[in-house]
Design a protein around this ligand. Structure first.
Ligand code: C2E
Ligand code: CA
Ligand code: CA
Ligand code: CA
Length: 279
């Protein structure tokens, strides 16, 4: 976490608006957040639509700051990304999620996959593969129970190093998924060249599937595309029974969303498993 300590001078001017002031406040508070243990992970269940069983969870970061309160990721992830602090934060997320998942497995719960979001900065870091390998070794989590969520934006610049990196990640035995699928601008050609396992349908498409014919067409096409490429497909942001029915009828493999559960702190997620709750 030493890397976070780099001096960064900020100049306040009277003209500085509320937004940039908040940005500066968040940026300086973020510098100490890892050391001060202010982050927690929440876990959102991912359910196999056919069996109705929980098969995985996505780890989502939450920041509990003593003065700012609970700061949602939407307010600090991009700042952490721009300042490079995301590398240390992301390393913490990866280690914590793997350790928690292993602890649940050791406690005798059904073995689940844990999905972790990878930022562009982490993807670009030279020690990514080494970090992944070290965390898997230290925590003892079998790599097949870890899924790395990538966004299409990571592949936009120069695709060749990305192909190589993804193959090296895959060689570790972890699963790779494309998050927010369909919202990026990258070409579909990467799908045939990259060792991807899962497509995650962005929730903006799921939101209107029961009302908007265009979104229906997009969602059914993504499901067909995934299956034709022998990939699994998961729908995000499922909020209603109608949406779930639609996805079930069209053969979507997994769902994640408020309809089943919002992201939960570890002890509440554990309670779900204790109760054996399913769809
Ligand atoms: P994401 O990866 O697309 O994560 C899904 C987001 O959708 C989460 O928001 C989740 O709480 C929300 N969500 C889940 N189900 C529903 C639903 O049914 N309806 C609605 N309206 N929303 C739903 P959250 O936790 O606020 O995270 C926002 C974004 O912040 C994430 O989007 C991800 O891009 C980023 N993020 C979160 N945790 C991490 C992390 O550990 N590392 C990195 N690099 N990014 C993270
Ligand atoms: Ca995600
Ligand atoms: Ca997503
Ligand atoms: Ca997103």
């Amino acid at each position: 976490a030493k890397k976070l300590g780099r001096n960064n001078f900020q100049f306040y001017t009277p003209a500085m608006n509320e937004e940039s002031l908040e940005r500066v406040r968040i940026e300086s508070a973020l510098r100490n957040a890892v050391e001060r243990d202010e982050f927690v992970l929440y876990y959102q269940p991912q359910i196999d639509i056919k069996s109705g069983k929980i098969v995985g969870m996505e780890a989502l970061i939450r920041w509990q700051h003593p003065e700012l309160g609970m700061v949602p990721p939407g307010r600090f992830i991009s700042i952490a990304e721009e300042t490079g602090m995301i590398v240390a934060i992301g390393a913490w997320v990866l280690r914590t999620a793997c350790a928690q998942n292993k602890a649940w497995q050791d406690a005798g719960f059904d073995r689940l996959r844990v999905a972790v979001n990878l930022s562009a900065r982490q993807f670009g870091a030279s020690d990514l593969i080494e970090n992944l390998a070290t965390v898997l070794r230290d925590t003892g989590l079998e790599p097949k129970y870890l899924e790395i969520e990538l966004t299409e934006s990571l592949f936009m610049s120069d695709i060749t190093p990305a192909v190589d990196l993804l193959h090296r990640m895959k060689a570790l035995g972890v699963n790779l998924s494309i998050d927010d699928f369909g919202t990026g601008y990258s070409s579909l050609s990467y799908l045939s060249r990259f060792p991807i396992d899962v497509l995650k349908i962005d929730r903006s498409f799921v939101a209107d599937i029961t009302r908007d014919a265009n979104d229906e067409a997009i969602v059914t096409s993504i499901i067909a595309l995934a299956h034709n490429l022998k990939l699994a497909v998961i729908a995000e942001g499922v909020e209603t029974g109608e949406q779930l029915d639609y996805l079930r009828r069209h053969g979507c493999d997994e769902m994640q969303g408020y309809y089943f559960s919002k992201p939960l702190p570890a002890h509440e997620f554990e309670q779900l498993m204790v109760e054996g709750r399913g769809l």
